[in-house]
Design a protein. Sequence first.
Length: 156
Amino acid sequence: MPKISVDKLKRYSHYTFAFIVFISLYICSVIWIVQSINGVFYIFNPHGEVFEFRRGVYFGFGIFIAFSALFVNGLTNKIAPEKITPKHNQVVSIFAIAGVCLIIFLPLVAEKLYTSKLEQKGYLVCEPATERWLYLKTLYYTNSEQACIDLISETN
């Protein structure tokens, strides 16, 4: 059985730790997006009294794209480090930058789209029920004042 040097062992443990961190973040972002994706379809055919818009889901989508690029790049570098071409690095960079742009702009655009679509259908923002933490915001749209009052009493 060949002996592995301590230096190589430390390097592999760093790679393994980074791989576990990236795959964990990747899986968490996928789960978060999939859990909240039904709200995207609900906006075009609302059939309830209350609609919930979570800005954080759109941050998660941008994070998903950015981490996907980093994950694929790290995996490729680990499997075939000598075969990496400048074209590969350019594609990874484009996806990573696209993910960062989505993190910045997609939540704002989605909020404007949801607000305009739901206001056209007679929904209003229930301000007292709206939650905000730093840049993340959860908006509740209701189709009547009574639904807003009921929502407020449920959340308190």
